[in-house]
Design a protein around this ligand. Structure first.
Ligand SMILES: [Zn+2]
Length: 99
């Protein structure tokens, strides 16, 4: 797995796609908002509620957000060495209101 490099998007010559850097603009709008107001769907039990209602555990190497219904891990946020590693794989969906 490669990491995001912050380089401009590059177009593949053989395939019709851009690399993930092309999402920098649209994602900057999404992540500029307060994510805790988003509605998240738990990938374990399917419960859907505001991210702010989930349970945050901070006594671990990373911050862990767990579903208040089933205890499943929704999010991991690991801050180290000047980087933030964000794992949102516990959500099947996030609904974010934008203006
Ligand atoms: Zn759950």
């Amino acid at each position: 797995m490669s990491e995001w490099t912050g380089r401009p998007a590059e177009r593949s010559a053989e395939d019709d796609y851009l690399d993930g850097n092309a999402l920098a603009g649209p994602l900057s709008e999404v992540f500029a908002i307060d994510i805790t107001a988003a509605l998240g769907t738990c990938g374990t039990c399917g419960d859907r509620r505001a991210v702010a209602e989930a349970h945050l555990y901070v006594n671990a190497p990373a911050k862990i957000l767990r579903c208040p219904s089933c205890g499943g891990v929704l999010l991991r946020l690991d801050e180290r060495g000047g980087r933030v590693i964000l794992d949102l794989s516990g959500f099947t969906q996030l609904t974010i209101e934008v203006r």
